[in-house]
Design a protein around this ligand. Structure first.
Ligand SMILES: Cc1cc2nc3c(=O)[nH]c(=O)nc-3n(C[C@H](O)[C@H](O)[C@H](O)COP(=O)(O)O)c2cc1C
Length: 404
């Protein structure tokens, strides 16, 4: 997969008690491949030193108009032009108010006027300051101009009050920023994804399941969200539970029967894209015991009955309609060549628009994957091993091409 230029994030830090969390936010973006530079307000420097950001990011921090370093260069304009995205976290009430009214009496405020990059504010303040009609009006003004806000969390605040105003988690600030940066090809689209294993009860303490981690479907959900979609993720037991953008609707299921019910009900709402990435158990015990089965005989047989094929059922409901664009996953254990053959067979049987094949040894419980993409119309594509996030990008790129 082609190597992309690293995303350039300009982090603006303002004078909130939550300023110390901006260091974690800088690290979070860097760990995910972004280059981070920082501009800090005079008040913010009372809470956290610019040295912290200089050390963490390895980049100089812009603190004042009057200390700009390179002779002849206008530092704040250069930074405004450099950034792919400007993230103000934490954003103080004061900064939000001044930005809404076009003030430019600090480097950060001037950058907010000068930049052509998407701007994201993550407010942090006392609940009454946040809910004050003036602050809300300022937020509305900025929103109307295309600025994105990361909703603050609720809970105990540093000031002693309880309520909305807590700086959002680094993961949420990151996800919302990446969505603001786009691409925006799935705006207005509804995407339904299933992922993870199912568990088929033998008795109240035992079950039959498989080694699926659900990471591929989680990566697909994140990617669909990043591209602007409204995303529902129906998932089996995931451990550890992934951090997902708060606006991804999560539905937790245990058995194949529950997954079937949830998926078929949601398919009725006619989503634009449905991806069945869940590793559904093919069989379940014919009879789940209501009490724990006691250890007695040396051998014991469990009678199994087949679970319904949910992808086939969704394919039948879709019939000849282009909507939903239906994507199925298949996992095999043979060679890559055998995988492609098997996936081709499944494609026609299941009425899918695209089948994604992967080998258990490449995929299960890994952060990377290697897949073959078999569309109903068009050539089969085999990818190299890459992070599941990159594979998810490739899958949505292909869906975009196939639905043009
Ligand atoms: C201890 C302390 C904590 C503060 N915490 C916040 C806060 O969480 N959110 C906020 O909007 N303002 C807070 N303020 C007020 C801002 O620091 C003040 O409005 C300042 O002018 C913001 O400037 P700036 O936006 O240029 O950084 C706090 C002030 C103090 C003294």
């Amino acid at each position: 997969m082609t190597k992309r230029r690293r995303t350039r994030i300009l982090l603006g830090v303002t004078g909130s008690i939550a300023a110390y969390k901006a260091a974690e936010i800088a690290r979070y973006f860097m760990k995910r491949g972004c280059v981070v530079r920082t501009v800090i307000s005079e008040s913010a420097e009372k809470f956290i030193s610019s040295l912290t950001f200089e050390s963490l990011t390895g980049q100089p921090v812009l603190r004042s108009f009057w200390e700009e370093t390179k002779p002849g260069a206008i530092g704040h304009i250069a930074l405004a032009d450099w950034a792919d995205g400007v993230v103000v976290a934490p954003a103080s009430a004061d900064c939000i108010a001044k930005a809404a009214h076009g003030f430019a009496d600090s480097p950060l405020l001037a950058i907010l006027l000068a930049t052509r990059a998407p701007i994201v504010f993550a407010p942090a303040m006392n609940v009454n300051m946040f809910e004050h009609p003036q602050t809300q009006e300022n937020i509305d003004t900025l929103r109307a101009r295309g600025v994105t806000f990361v909703d603050p969390g609720s809970g105990s605040l540093a000031c002693g009050w309880k309520g909305r105003g807590r700086l959002a988690d680094a993961s949420e600030v990151y996800s919302v920023t990446m969505r603001a940066l786009g691409p925006h090809d799935l705006i207005g689209k509804r995407v339904l994804i299933s992922t993870g294993p199912t568990r088929e009860a033998i008795d109240p303490v035992r079950f039959i399941s498989n080694r699926s981690s659900g990471k591929m479907g989680v990566a697909l959900a994140r990617e669909a969200y990043r591209r602007g979609a409204t995303v529902t993720l129906v998932h089996g037991p995931l451990s550890p539970s992934p951090r997902l953008p708060t606006t991804i609707h999560r539905v937790s299921i245990t058995s194949a029967t529950e997954l079937r019910e949830e998926m078929l009900r949601r398919v009725e709402d006619s989503p634009d894209i449905v991806i069945m990435a869940a590793a559904v158990a093919d069989y379940r015990p014919a009879q789940a015991a209501s009490e724990k089965i006691k250890k007695s005989a040396a051998r014991r047989a469990i009678e199994l009955e087949a679970n319904p094929d949910i992808l086939v059922e969704i394919g039948e409901r879709k019939g000849g309609s282009p909507k939903p664009f239906l994507v199925g996953f298949a996992v095999e254990t043979g060679t890559p060549e055998e995988l492609v053959e098997e996936v081709r067979r499944k494609l026609s049987r299941k009425n899918a628009d695209l089948m994604v094949g992967n080998l258990a040894q490449d995929s299960f419980d890994k952060d990377t994957n290697r897949v073959c993409l078999v569309p109903r119309r068009g050539d089969t594509i085999s990818t190299d091993t890459a992070r599941k996030s990159a594979v998810a990008r490739k899958i949505f790129d292909l869906i975009g091409d196939l639905t043009k």
